[in-house]
Design a protein around this ligand. Structure first.
Ligand code: BDR
Ligand code: CA
Length: 352
């Protein structure tokens, strides 16, 4: 009897200390099939302590997104995690939803049981502000949707900026977009919000489209997940199957794990290699609105206007007089150990 009690105390002490060492994250999401995979990975990873899930409109409306987040949190039996609704639309433009890619309900048309969890009454950006002040320098923000909620939080209380440990976001690209030639969806869906977040001056890691495209979850990984059964692995299997089938319809051999990779980087930053760059979000370009314009060299030419006297035979012109350094504001992921990441994903979903 005493031995059993000691073992139980030992187990609970171990899980308390694991949680104490875990990275505290706020998961900001527009759920979303790959958001769902990301959330399942987060729920199954002891390295992460999910302090809140905040919902932003993007893949689906704010209302549908909240319902999805609540049902998934309930499925994971994690009603202690606050789930809060946030913005109802992007800062300055109309919402663009993506049921075309994510299914009518955003979750591959998988009908999860109604949620036992209740929505937190707080407004998402307010909850973000509150939690950052409650744990200064400890919270990592993991936004995997448009950056509206995070921008609203900064606008309402800029004092949170130096108190955030890190931002690890899924969004942007340094090699072209998925919405169009230039822009990735999360940035395109709220470019002004994205520019606020990128220029905030906090440690920011960009897990972009181009690196996510290297993490293809295919039939092999799907079969592995199909070997384990439980509410979360069965759900992950259904989402994964929908996405793998969908990629097949477009000639792909697997589905890119965009949002799960951002969670993967929060778990283990050595999965990716990154380079510090200055990134600006284009908000005005005719063809490039929503592009993340990254300066790989972190320098710009200095062009100085020279005036020439009338009659000199020379028109006024700019002349390059050197190079000015620009400060990087983001660690931009450029490569990923895709197999290691996919294995991590599969093993976590299988509870191994
Ligand atoms: C991003 O856009 C959304 O459709 C996905 O959930 C992901 O966050 C990829 O461009
Ligand atoms: Ca997303």
């Amino acid at each position: 009897m005493l031995l059993i009690a000691l073992i139980l105390v030992g187990i609970s002490m171990t899980s308390v200390s694991a949680l104490a060492n875990a990275r505290k994250i706020i998961f900001d999401t527009d759920p979303g099939t790959d958001d769902a995979l990301a959330l399942m990975l987060a729920f199954n990873s002891p390295e992460l302590d999910i302090r809140a899930i905040t919902v932003v409109p993007g893949n689906v409306t704010a209302k549908q997104g909240l319902e999805n987040a609540l049902r998934m949190t309930s499925l994971a039996n994690r009603c202690e995690v606050p789930v809060a609704s946030g913005a109802q639309h992007p800062l300055f433009q109309k919402l663009i939803t993506a049921e075309f890619w994510h299914g009518k309900n955003g979750l591959a048309n998988v009908d999860l049981p109604p949620s036992k969890c209740k929505a937190d009454a707080r407004f998402g950006p307010d909850l973000i502000i509150e939690l950052i002040h409650a744990s200064p320098h400890e919270i990592t923000l993991v936004p995997v949707g448009p950056l509206t909620n995070i921008a609203l939080a900064i606008q309402k209380d800029p004092t949170i900026i130096p108190l955030v440990k890190e931002v690890i976001l899924m969004g942007g690209s340094v090699k072209g977009g998925n919405v169009n030639a230039a822009a990735e969806a999360n940035i395109y869906n709220d470019p002004e919000a994205a520019q606020i977040v990128f220029q905030a001056g906090w440690p920011l890691t960009m897990v972009g489209l181009d690196v996510g495209d290297k993490t293809l979850f295919g039939r092999k990984e799907l079969e592995e997940i199909g070997k384990s059964h439980g509410p979360m692995s069965d759900f992950t299997y259904k989402i994964g199957k929908f996405l793998v089938d969908l990629s097949g319809q477009f000639g792909g051999s697997g589905t890119p794990m965009y949002d799960p990779l951002a969670v993967g980087v929060a778990i283990d930053a050595t999965l990716v290699s990154a380079q510090a760059m200055q990134v600006e979000v284009e908000t005005r370009g005719e063809f490039t609105r929503g592009e993340t314009v990254a300066n790989h060299r972190n320098e710009v030419e200095r062009n100085v206007l020279h005036h020439f006297p009338a009659g000199s035979g020379e028109a006024d012109r700019y002349m390059i007089e050197g190079l000015d350094k620009v400060e990087p504001n983001a660690k931009v992921c450029l490569d990923v150990q895709a197999d290691r990441f996919l294995q991590l994903f599969v093993s976590r979903i299988r509870g191994r």
